[in-house]
Design a protein around this ligand. Structure first.
Ligand SMILES: Cc1ncc(COP(=O)(O)O)c(C=O)c1O
Length: 421
């Protein structure tokens, strides 16, 4: 029987006292030592920590090459360029992700083609990719969203059949696996983010990874002014191709290296937290829990809850009612949030089809007309309107006690949801 308890939103006692959730990431004397040593060193630009970070991350992930960047977005742009995508070429991408999973396509004057998501995995619906392929298609960007890998067997089979490159947006998916292999080793190249919220945090930053020497060479040119040599080599300062300045700096790399020493421990801890939380949330009314399909190892970067708005009688005002539920959870002390409120194709940058003026790149003579009408992505839209996410709460050093309190708070809100009507 549901019990009636006054929600904290309306003056009841919160389940989780203020100040209980610990901040991310943990900073120890290891971080201080790495960063101080860098600060006291002689090279604060692309210094020795950058070179070491590339080597250590490549080893950790199992890649032949890694290039440290100033963001995950930079690494994504490098992927697009290194896969020989040219102006007007089409690149397939999920309809639901962070904006730069798709704006990186525009950065190289290419055309994003959006594919709706699969409800269960929240990732691109791999069964809809083939229908989106045209003679202009050059690549597929798979986003391992929330830390769950895309079914790469299916994606690689389609890509091989059509001669396409596969770019992995692994910005949220450090350590996630598909059939025992880590993300970033499954496609032709990939991108990681080390931004504040990520499982490996260096403040900002990213990493480009590949096992293909030619792809690595092309990515490096874009990364550093179109040059063929890195700053740790003897440079000729010649721009051989169009380049940007996407290099990382020594202080940030030092911070990233220090965090990398704890990454496996963080991920194990997070997995245990989520197992505990999931067990305690079994049976919560009208709550849909995330899944980890067979063959996948989730990293649980983002533990995504969804609400059954049909059962709750709020199918028509799902977005607004979801916001109320999140507000009620937050009042209980749960650090719940809403991640993306818009599916990508509805974002103005894509609807306006005018990234660089004069309608470019969609107006390119090499491009063909594309349609971004939102009705094509009903699953992504439903997900947008009905989800909430738990990110920091499941992170180290938050542990079993916090999981228990979180579960109790969620039970309380969902069992007393009538109070939100
Ligand atoms: C899925 C995804 N792709 C790309 C990015 C971009 O990473 P960054 O913020 O490091 O540029 C992010 C980060 O927020 C992300 O979550």
């Amino acid at each position: 029987m549901p019990y009636v308890e006054k929600l904290a939103l309306f003056g009841g006692e919160p389940e989780i006292p203020a100040g209980t959730i610990k901040a991310w990431p943990l900073i120890t004397e290891v971080d201080e030592a790495y960063v101080l040593a860098s600060l006291r060193g002689a090279n604060h630009a692309f210094g020795p920590n950058c070179v070491a970070f590339e080597k250590e991350f490549a080893e950790w992930n199992g890649n032949a090459y890694a290039i440290t960047t100033n963001s995950g977005t930079a690494a994504l742009h490098m992927c697009v360029a290194a896969c020989d995508c040219s102006e007007g070429d089409e690149i397939i991408v999920t309809a639901y992700s962070w904006s730069s999973s798709a704006t990186c396509i525009l950065h190289h004057n290419c055309i994003p083609i959006f594919v709706d998501i699969d409800w269960e995995t929240m990732n691109i619906d791999v069964n809809k990719i083939a229908a989106a392929i045209t003679p202009k298609t050059k690549a597929i960007i798979v986003v391992h969203l929330h830390g769950l890998a895309v079914d790469m067997d299916k994606v690689m089979a389609i890509a091989n059949q059509h001669g396409l490159k596969v770019i992995e947006d692994a910005c949220q998916a450090h350590g996630a696996k598909f059939n025992g292999k880590k993300v970033g080793t499954l496609g032709h190249c990939g991108a990681f983010s080390f931004n504040q919220n990520k499982n490996l945090c260096s403040g900002e930053g990213g990493m480009f990874v590949t096992d293909d020497e030619e792809i690595m060479r092309k990515a490096r040119m874009l990364w550093s002014f179109g040059e063929t040599r890195t700053p740790s080599e003897s440079r000729d300062y010649h721009a051989y191709a169009l380049g940007w300045m996407y290099r990382n700096n020594d202080l940030t790399a030092a911070f990233g290296r220090a965090q990398l020493t704890r990454l496996d421990m963080y991920l194990d801890w997070q997995k245990r937290n989520v197992q505990m939380l999931a067990a305690q949330l079994q049976g919560v009314p009208n709550l849909i829990l995330p899944v980890e399909p067979a063959g996948h190892e989730h990293n649980w970067y983002n533990y995504v809850l969804r609400f059954d708005m049909e059962a709750l009688g709020h199918a028509q005002d799902a977005n607004a009612f979801r916001d109320k539920i999140v507000q009620a959870m937050r009042a209980e002390g749960v650090e719940a949030g809403v991640w993306q409120r818009f599916i990508l194709p509805t974002m103005t940058v894509f609807q306006a089809k005018n990234a660089y003026g004069y309608g470019a790149p969609w107006s390119s003579p090499h491009a063909q007309p594309v349609d971004y009408s939102p009705e094509q992505y009903p699953v992504g839209q439903k997900h947008c309107d009905t989800h909430a996410c738990l990110v920091m709460m499941v992170r180290y050093p938050n542990g079993p006690e916090i999981m228990e309190m979180t579960a109790a708070a969620i039970w309380k809100v969902m069992e007393n949801i009538d109070q939100l009507a």
